[in-house]
Design a protein around this ligand. Structure first.
Ligand code: PLP
Length: 394
């Protein structure tokens, strides 16, 4: 037998973390990494944050799991806080981002079903998107790389070019339920929507009675310096999928909706055995305690500006490698002139953790509570690594 006990679906790197301290990850042999990947935009408070750790420990000692057959004081409280701070009137808790997107898709379709238009099933989605790895979410993203061998893909999605409002408008027909879009594409290469695009989708949705569904699994929850990224665009969605940072590393996701959009989500239409359990709720509360503190989002914006400036100053010294910086807040991508993938292990060997994304982008996703000293250390070490890096022959 050659298969490994862990199903070999990940190209796992030699980093084998066993501990974390703030912005640093520590490997099996005691080696330290400055973690500007944050578990791909998950550890928004860094590692071993005392408030998050204590909340999980305290809750674990009281109650870990109960069924959604029972009342959930923990879920009600967290859902209320999320609603109080967002466009939403109601929240369904999940265990992951893909499940949050699944719930968002179901909510959008069910809205039309409840409103006497069950034929409105089609979600218009966008090329280079990433929505997760379930059958519906790979079908929604429409990339062959993810669907190959898993066919048949689910019908009911039509993918058009990202940030192209005309293409989105042209795809609207009598079967359309809504749009599903990441305000800032993450896996697709840290590509923010233009204001015209996102505002245009909102307008199209209003004109045609469609649902605007945002996937803020990667870009939401403070990462851009606002609670949700759409706030920068002056629009509100009908439905939104959140995950990653929402639990600070504890598995948690959420589907948020307005009362109107959730019209079809009545008793018996959806569920999850562990979704919204007390332990996840405690983690979610602890994350909110920190990120909703006065000044937290300003800190993210200030650190984001500082990191962007420092990267932009460094780029001319390595202009054979780097083209520019894109993104918002602490969701940044360095656009490279060459494939970004070989640089990631090169940086890792020098103690820096980053993530590659599509379109030759190196993702820089530090914890949101980093300080200037982390930025200085990151950029100095990145610059010195870039001096040594030789572009592999293709
Ligand atoms: N949506 C977006 C925008 C994501 O970036 C991801 C994960 O990278 C997902 C959905 C899926 O989240 P999960 O891996 O928690 O299922």
């Amino acid at each position: 037998m050659t298969i490994t006990p862990l199903m070999p679906v990940y190209p796992r790197s030699p980093v084998r973390p066993v501990r974390g301290e703030g912005a640093y990850l520590i490997g099996e042999q005691g080696e330290r990494y400055l973690d500007f990947a944050s578990g791909i935009a998950v550890n928004l408070l860094g590692h071993s944050h005392p408030h998050l750790t204590k909340a999980i420990q305290d809750q674990a000692a009281k109650l870990v799991h109960v069924s959604n057959m029972y009342g959930s004081p923990q879920g009600e409280h967290l859902a209320q806080r999320i609603c109080d701070n967002s466009f939403a009137d109601t929240v369904f808790f999940t265990n992951s981002g893909a499940e949050a997107v699944e719930c968002a898709i179901k909510t959008a379709r069910r809205y039309h079903f409840a409103n006497g238009a069950p034929e409105r099933k089609k979600l218009i989605t966008f090329a280079s998107a990433f929505h997760g790895r379930t059958m519906a979410t790979i079908s929604a993203a429409g990339s062959e790389k993810m669907t190959s061998g898993f066919e048949p893909v689910l019908p009911g999605f039509e993918t058009v070019e990202f940030d192209n409002l005309d293409a989105a408008a042209a795809a609207v027909d009598a079967q359309t339920a809504g749009f599903l879009v990441e305000p800032i594409q993450g896996e697709g290469g840290i590509r923010p929507s233009s204001p015209e695009f996102l505002q245009g989708l909102r307008k199209l949705a209003d004109e045609h009675g469609l649902m605007l569904v945002l996937d803020e699994v990667q870009c939401g929850y403070g990462r851009t310096g606002a609670f949700f990224a759409h706030e920068h665009y002056g629009i509100e969605p009908d439905i939104l999928a959140s995950a990653k940072g929402i639990g600070g590393g504890f598995p948690l996701g959420a589907c948020l909706a307005t009362e109107k959009a959730a019209a079809g989500m009545v008793v018996g239409t959806h569920g999850s055995t562990c979704g919204g359990g007390p332990l996840a709720m405690a983690a979610g509360e602890a994350v909110l305690d920190v990120i909703l503190e006065d000044g937290f989002f300003d800190h993210v914006k200030a650190m984001g500006d500082r990191l962007r400036q420092a990267l932009e100053q460094m780029i001319p010294n390595h202009d054979h490698l780097f083209e520019g910086v894109q993104g918002m807040g602490l969701m940044l991508g360095i656009k490279m002139k060459v494939d970004s993938k070989p640089l990631v292990p090169f940086l890792r060997e020098r103690g820096l953790l980053t993530v590659a994304a599509a379109n030759n982008v190196l993702r820089v996703l530090p914890p949101l509570n980093i300080e200037e000293s982390h930025i200085t250390e990151f950029v100095e070490r990145l610059s010195s690594a870039a001096r040594e890096f030789e572009v592999p022959a293709s």
